[in-house]
Design a protein around this ligand. Structure first.
Ligand SMILES: *Cc1c(COP(=O)(O)O)cnc(C)c1O
Length: 825
């Protein structure tokens, strides 16, 4: 068999990747035989497809090798369950990982095609909201690069994150039809299909052996169909699989309707069940308790677990050693139904007893918490669960029964603790998914040192006391392959020339750059690269906003989801303050600045959308005012996504990471910017704290209230009016916003923003941190006037970012959480 496969691969489709001529012949062949287009008439779109199909063949071959090695070596597999994967475009990533970019570029050039133009033909698969989904993508990259047996599981949304345009100053959402032109990377596996059940009722009975068994009957079923995407690692023989489930109606149309002769009704039913994987919920850091979302969560969890069990049973006789061979990571609580679902499968389908099933379950799962915000903690109404997943509700109650027994034992007589720790919120009759995930997991991790500390001390102190070794920290990281090598080729070349290539798979190697901060020639080249990246960004922004920008001005950038806790509003208050100062000639030698803000607001998040609108109104006023003499520009970058991030981040001088202390779990944008040589202005929040420790206090601009000070200020009774009363500059700025200075045609437009700052109590301490922020920005200006001093610090930032690679995160998970080993390949 083996030699047959080999023979077939050596036929006409075999391409020698080391030879641009051979690649060209291959491309022509794929164009004719797979794309079905005449090479003489083909454009970039068709050449992109031919190239993608050619690479897909290589992906498949190498994937087979990894898969065989995994079965052969039988080491523990890691399954990463996530509702979101924000992978970004694939083409250049694969070329980079395979080391093929130059040969392919040359082959395409001989066909009159430009690789960079082709690459833009690919839709950016936006199957995630922001940081959480992007983290999942970085982790898959690191697992493949470092040969861990990792597999991703998620949802094959037909529509991912909406694309954003700004019309009349306001955000408009457009459906993201990323599959419109087809997805050449995916392998549709009709044969890998599992039924997923909903509703129905439970019938319990005694089996032949006298054991109590339960059956879930009269259910409404949907099929989950696997779509696989191959994830390559850098210069690595390992390939990971990302399996995304799409919902398909079961073949049996509703017979009732058929028998009544109502064909159309029966087909309607079919489309309803397919809405399950239709669209990604476009909300970051908030939850909406909708039944469709609950069903999405269960849908992908159930299909994934059935698949994981099937794979296990392919090489093992039974499930008794399941937890020894498998670790399953839950990315937030979105997949937390995996806990009762595994219990159900083990007991009801595989006839295991409760005690053993529970022991296996608790040894299998690990849970990553991503948020401290109460509005982002998932809970589901008991009534909804009872209707949608009756068996799971029963299992959750049984888990809770045992759990509360242990709580009573650990905290005897403490009724309040018992109420607090229960999986059920008795007041609201809702199931607390975080509690379910904690109880059902071997390890629970936060995503930055401060976040983990707050989880242990403030959010779940009783759980931490009861399970002393369960809570651990794994600070997030980003992959340097996408966030430096791919997005900033010029800086990457400079670094490699100076210190060699090893940083690409070991980011701590960047330490070797430190002495070069003192090398004037190196600083000059570093600055020239930054300028070139700013010019690229300026062109990008100019075509999208219509404003002209000065690439030599300081590029001050805040790109991330628009959210009150991330405080784009604080940024804007500073911009307005600066505008006033400039107009009045109160800054002697103003440092020219271009402030860039970008990000999407959840469609139902009124205040976030108002903030976008205000940015637009302020931008129009400032950018058209000759009085500020072009020393200040403000632009809103529309449609922030991975592709736009790749252009934006390398072009920043200043990185805005200014969340209210104690609200941002980690942040990963902060890491990407510093890695690309931006200096950070930030609060002591999330991973900013660890970034500060690494780069040194002199190389970062830290300001504002600490987490304790925020809590203390609130405890004492924080009064926003008092703050404004004592700060004339701030008063002026908020008066301009509330009096309609930037929008005379509708002066009440921003009442909601004023109200949140005053009557609403300024929950995120925007006003409280204003003065400290303005002062920190003055230090930023001072430093920027000394371009040599700035460059020294920027280089030191790059050199000291070694800790923030997702490679380090993954090695830590593998060692401390999963007990996973690197494969021999
Ligand atoms: C990195 C990234 C994020 C996360 O940014 P934060 O600043 O950590 O919130 C969000 N969206 C995209 C597209 C990203 O690349």
């Amino acid at each position: 068999m083996d030699h047959l496969v080999k023979e077939a691969l050596e036929g006409e489709f075999r391409v020698n990747l080391h030879d641009a001529d051979s690649i060209r012949r291959g491309l022509i062949s794929y164009m004719v035989r797979v794309v079905g287009h005449d090479p003489l008439a083909a454009g970039p779109r068709q050449w992109f497809q031919a190239l993608a199909h050619m690479l897909k063949g290589i992906l498949s071959e190498r994937g087979m090798g990894t898969s065989r090695a995994q079965y052969g070596q039988d080491t523990r597999r890691v399954y990463y369950l996530s509702m979101e994967f924000l992978t970004g475009r694939r083409l250049k990533k694969h070329l980079l990982d395979f080391g093929l970019e130059e040969n392919v570029r040359e082959a395409l050039a001989s066909l009159g095609q430009d690789l960079d133009v082709l690459a833009k033909e690919e839709a950016d698969p936006a199957l995630g909201n922001g940081g959480l989904g992007r983290l999942a993508a970085c982790f898959l990259d690191s697992m493949a690069t470092h040969r861990y047996p990792g597999h991703g599981y998620g949802i094959h949304y037909e529509f991912g994150m909406f694309s954003q345009t700004i019309e009349d100053g306001q955000q408009v959402e457009h459906p993201d039809s990323w599959l419109h032109g087809g997805n050449p990377w995916e392998f549709l596996r009709h044969s890998v299909t599992y039924p997923v059940r909903f509703n129905g009722r439970i019938v319990c009975f005694k089996d032949e052996k006298g054991h109590e068994r339960c059956e879930w009957v009269d259910t409404n079923d949907v099929h989950a169909v696997a779509h696989d995407m191959k994830i390559t690692g850098f210069d690595s023989p390992a390939i990971s699989n990302l399996r995304l489930w799409a919902a398909r109606a079961t073949n049996d149309f509703d017979l009732r309707f058929f028998n009544e002769g109502n064909y159309i009704e029966a087909v309607k039913d079919k489309t309803t069940s397919e809405t399950l994987s239709k669209v990604l919920y476009p909300m970051d850091s908030t939850v909406l308790g909708q039944e469709l979302r609950l069903k999405q969560e269960y849908f992908f969890v159930s299909a994934s677990l059935q698949d994981i069990i099937a794979r296990h049973l392919r090489v093992h006789n039974d499930l008794h050693n399941f937890h020894e061979k498998i670790a399953i990571q839950l990315n937030d609580t979105h997949p937390a139904l995996a806990v009762p679902e595994l219990m159900r499968l083990l007991m009801d389908v595989h006839e295991m007893e409760w005690d053993e099933a529970w022991a296996i379950t608790r040894e299998t799962f690990c849970y990553t918490n991503h948020t401290l915000l109460p509005e982002a903690l998932e809970t589901w109404p008991v009534g909804m669960l009872e209707h949608v997943l009756p068996r799971h509700l029963e299992i959750i109650y049984l888990i809770n029964h045992d759990h509360l027994q242990q709580v009573r034992f650990r905290f005897p007589g403490e009724m309040e603790v018992l109420r607090k720790m229960s999986l059920v919120d008795e007041d609201t009759q809702r199931i607390r998914m975080a509690h379910l995930a904690i109880v059902g997991s071997k390890r629970v991790n936060g995503v930055a040192a401060l976040h983990t500390k707050l989880l242990r001390e403030k959010v779940f102190p009783e759980f931490d006391a009861m399970y002393p070794n369960r809570f651990v920290n794994v600070t997030n990281g980003v992959t340097q392959r996408r966030w430096l090598l791919q997005c900033n080729p010029k800086l990457s070349d400079l670094i490699s020339e100076a210190i060699g290539d090893s940083w690409k798979t070991d980011l701590t190697a960047l330490h070797a750059l430190e002495p070069l901060a003192e090398d004037a020639a190196f600083r000059e080249r570093f600055n020239a690269i930054k300028l070139a990246n700013k010019e690229r960004l300026a062109r990008h922004l100019e075509t999208r906003t219509g404003f002209t920008l000065d690439p030599t001005s300081m590029f001050d950038v805040q790109v991330k989801r628009i959210h009150e806790y991330k405080r784009q509003l604080l940024n804007l208050l500073h911009v307005i303050h600066r505008y006033v100062q400039l107009r009045e000639g109160r800054i002697a030698n103003p440092v020219p600045r271009t402030v860039v803000i970008g990000g999407k607001a959840a469609p139902g998040y009124y205040l976030a959308k108002q903030i976008i609108r205000l940015i637009g109104d302020v931008a129009l006023t400032i950018n058209n005012d000759r009085a500020v003499n072009d020393t200040l520009k403000l632009v809103f970058l529309p449609n922030y996504n991975v592709s736009n991030a790749e252009i934006t981040i390398p072009g920043a001088n200043l990185s805005e990471q200014i969340s209210t202390a104690g609200t941002e779990a980690s942040g990963t944008g902060n890491m990407k910017f510093a890695l690309n040589g931006a200096l950070t202005i930030g609060t002591l929040d999330g991973a900013n704290i660890e970034i500060k420790e690494e780069v040194g206090d002199d190389n970062i601009f830290i300001f504002g209230l600490t987490t304790e000070q925020v809590q203390e200020t609130k405890r004492k009774g924080y009064n926003p009016w008092k703050v404004v009363e004592h700060d004339a500059d701030l008063r002026r700025v908020v008066d301009m916003i509330s009096s309609g200075y930037f929008n005379p045609q509708q002066v009440n437009r921003y009442n909601s923003i004023r109200d949140t700052l005053f009557d609403g109590g300024d929950q995120y301490m925007v006003l409280a941190d204003f003065r400290a922020y303005v002062e920190a920005q003055a230090h930023v200006d001072d430093l920027f006037t000394d371009s040599d001093a700035w460059a020294r610090k920027a280089i030191l930032n790059v050199a000291r970012m070694g800790l923030f690679s997702s490679d380090r995160s993954i090695h830590t998970y593998a060692r401390d959480i999963w007990g996973a080993k690197q494969m021999d390949l």
